[in-house]
Design a protein around this ligand. Structure first.
Ligand SMILES: Nc1nc2c(ncn2[C@@H]2O[C@H](COP(=O)(O)OP(=O)(O)OP(=O)(O)O)[C@@H](O)[C@H]2O)c(=O)[nH]1
Ligand SMILES: *[C@@H]1O[C@H](CO)[C@@H](O)[C@H](O)[C@H]1NC(C)=O
Ligand SMILES: [Mg+2]
Length: 433
């Protein structure tokens, strides 16, 4: 069965399971419905929810999504499973404290039809509407092996909890926790700790055979590793993670208005359907500007050797601009305003731009949306230079691989003050087969 079609069945199926009345109301397309009935009765879909260590940032969370999405894709080879998208919120880096930045749906940031071309997904809010009561059947809290490990081998075992952030509410008979800020509006019937060493594929037989629960959540999902980092499946999943159209449009408008950059001129036209889009390295030209992602804030003390002073940063950027024969620089950074002003002063011979969101853009798309717009603009530059080991910079690199840039124009970083000829980033180049 064609995979896209299969997902259509599944999404209809999950409606049929809990909201049987829907079909009587004629909401479901009759053609789909008849197809569904062919395969439907036997297997109702199950739902996989997940969460990540609260300390992790936006860009690592995007990576964890990929590990879980690949697991759900594998599960679907044997039985219908739907991935439940954990609402965004409570991230340490989202500094606009005047905004409520919780319960943000994935559709604010990503294009759901694109995600669904890889794996069936629904928003958590939609799951709540489907469930008879807001109770998740089982939660598997992933942890390491208490005794550690000497030789790497794939293994998983049910173990006592080393620690876990959930607590049991005797009155409700349910486990309670953060649940994407839903707190005690939601609960879990059964909590089990699982020591895991290895790849996300390990969970497949377990989920298929060791539990029959309809709704299963795994927490600390970052504990599972990518099945095969950088292979075809990895890149298919990455390609499916298209940013929402609204955010792309804002970035494109900024490129057009200030950076003399349009997809037609720059050879970066996006195919509406990512499964149909395949670019060769060097096909994309990019807009006539250099983009720099300068991660500072906590990196200044977390990685002092790899983050240059502002003066040295300006010096390195000038050298790049000169070499690329460009006069325009776009900067994406988490640096405070005074640092950015100082940097702009040091670069006053060039046209330097930053994306300053209008109030209503910030209010609608929050700090996560602004970060995406910054990434989108960086992804379309002729030349990109990022920050050492920043996942924010890595995600820009992937985006440029998808668009078809020459890797020489992507895998660059600013060097620390004491490290003039620093090692350049590893090249995670795209593969299609
Ligand atoms: N708008 C904007 N936000 C940024 C920029 N750089 C960092 N941030 C913010 O800071 C966060 C960076 O955290 P992560 O997403 O964890 O990426 P990282 O810290 O670079 O990488 P890790 O080493 O994995 O923590 C982003 O999610 C943004 O919220 C930037 O250039 N523009
Ligand atoms: C899953 O079930 C099988 C068969 O009963 C068992 O051998 C295995 O240990 C179980 N897995 C875990 C992680 O408990
Ligand atoms: Mg971080």
């Amino acid at each position: 069965m064609n995979i896209v079609k299969q997902f259509a069945f599944i999404s209809v199926l999950h409606m049929l399971h809990w909201k049987v009345t829907l079909s009587n109301e004629g909401v479901i397309d009759s053609d789909l419905q008849s197809k569904t009935l062919n395969v439907g009765e036997a297997k109702a879909p199950r739902y996989l929810l997940y969460d990540v260590n609260p300390g992790e940032g936006f860009n690592l969370r995007r990576d964890v999504y990929m590990r879980v999405a690949n697991l759900v894709r594998n599960l679907n080879e044997d039985a219908p499973w739907i991935l439940v998208l954990p609402p965004w919120g409570g991230l340490y880096h989202w500094k606009s404290r005047h905004l409520d930045q919780t319960r943000i749906p994935w559709s604010t940031f990503f294009d759901l039809p694109s995600l669904r071309r890889f794996v069936p997904v629904i928003e958590f809010k939609e799951l709540l509407k489907l469930m008879p009561e807001p109770v998740i059947d089982e939660l598997y809290y992933l942890q390491n092996y208490k005794e550690g490990w000497t030789e790497f081998e794939d293994k998983m075992d049910i173990r006592d909890c080393i620690q876990n952030p959930y607590h049991f509410n005797e009155d409700r008979g349910l486990w309670e926790g953060w649940f994407f800020s839903y707190g005690d509006e939601v609960g879990v019937r059964k909590l089990t700790c699982v020591s895991l060493l290895g790849h996300s594929a390990l969970l497949k037989p377990f989920l298929l055979h060791n539990t029959t629960a309809r709704t299963v959540m795994t927490d600390r999902a970052e504990t599972m590793l990518h099945d095969r980092f950088g292979d075809k499946n990895y890149w298919e999943c990455r390609r499916s993670m298209r940013f929402s159209k609204a955010l792309r449009d804002i970035g494109d408008e900024f490129r057009r208005k200030y950076l003399d950059s349009t997809d037609e001129k720059d050879n970066t036209v996006l195919h509406e359907d990512w499964t149909q889009m395949k670019r060769k390295h060097g096909e994309a030209k990019g807009g006539p500007y250099v983009a720099a992602h300068l991660r500072r804030a906590d990196f200044l003390y977390a990685r002092p050797k790899d983050v240059p002073s502002l003066e040295n940063t300006a010096k390195q950027l000038k050298a790049v601009l000169k070499k690329q024969k460009l006069k325009t620089l776009f900067i994406a950074t988490d640096a405070p305003k005074d640092e950015l002003k100082e940097l702009k002063d040091l670069l006053r011979d060039y046209k330097v731009y930053t994306f300053e969101p209008p109030k209503e853009v910030l209010e609608t798309y929050k700090d996560g949306g602004i970060a995406i717009i910054d990434q989108w603009i960086c992804a379309h530059a002729r030349y990109f230079i990022g920050t050492y080991e920043s996942t924010f910079s890595f995600r820009i690199g992937d985006e440029r691989e998808i668009l078809g840039f020459d890797p020489d124009m992507t895998y660059n970083r600013v060097c620390g003050d004491e490290d003039k000829e620093c090692e350049q980033p590893s090249r995670w180049t795209i593969v299609y087969k």
